[in-house]
Write a protein that binds this ligand. Structure first.
Ligand SMILES: [Zn+2]
Length: 237
């Protein structure tokens, strides 16, 4: 791979045994990449990129805007999500231990005056973790009975690219903390998906047969989760 510069945009060029040029702009920062057949030289690639420059700029702008929107400062008026619903954050100063309360359309975040944004984030994150922790056992219990598998252990993690994982040998499942922000049926879908991995480790036909049998609408939940990703990251599980 090497880079060319068109306008002031640097483009990664990858030569491969392919038939056509392929242009892509990728999150999170709007990296531009062109895959090209072996026989096409850089000058031709440059001309191709120039012809697509308006489109490239538009895509880059889209990702940059999304990045900005994702930066949270944990101040009053920001949107934050819980169980698939949007709430407005309300930061309230008080002189006691921090706490979080849901009130109508607000998430009330009680902190000490002068707390920094990363401290406010930590309080909210720990609250999220506690909420998710409370919701998981009943769902695992329900699906253990339906699928007939036993989950020995489970945990919550922050993961960049996965909603959940399953460690087959230990019969342990890991769930992404972000699921606390999604509707309950999405959380349930990921839990049962990971539990089905205790029957079949791979995403093969056998796995799909189990999914269809136990949760016929699983495709909808999967699409819903993937659609909700602002960053357009590829989320697999
Ligand atoms: Zn899976």
């Amino acid at each position: 791979m090497h880079q060319i510069t068109v306008g002031n945009i640097s483009i990664d060029v990858v030569r491969k045994d392919i038939k056509n040029l392929h242009l892509g702009v990728y999150p999170p920062k709007g990296r531009v990449r062109i895959a090209t057949p072996l026989k096409i030289d850089d000058e031709a690639v440059r001309l191709f990129a120039i012809s697509k420059l308006a489109w490239i700029k538009k895509q880059k702008l889209k990702f940059e805007t999304q990045e900005r929107q994702l930066e949270r400062r944990f101040v009053s008026g920001e949107s934050h999500y819980y169980r698939g619903r949007r709430y407005l954050l309300n930061v309230i100063y008080h002189k006691a231990a921090p706490r979080v309360e849901i009130r109508k359309n607000n998430i009330d975040l009680y902190v000490r005056e002068g707390s920094a944004s990363d401290q406010r984030e930590k309080v909210l994150t720990e609250w999220y973790r506690g909420q998710l922790k409370e919701q998981i056992p009943a769902l695992i219990d329900k699906w253990q009975k339906i699928i007939g598998v036993e989950v020995k252990d489970w945990g919550i993690k922050r993961m960049k690219t996965k909603w959940g994982t399953c460690t087959f040998a230990q019969r342990r499942i890991w769930l992404n903390l972000e699921l606390v922000k999604k509707p309950q049926h999405c959380l349930e879908y990921i839990i049962m998906h990971e539990m089905v991995h205790l029957l079949e480790r791979k995403h093969n036909d056998r796995f799909a047969v189990y999914m269809d049998k136990y949760l016929p609408k699983w495709h909808f939940y999967k699409d819903e989760l993937n659609r909700s990703m602002l960053r357009h990251e590829i989320w697999d599980y």
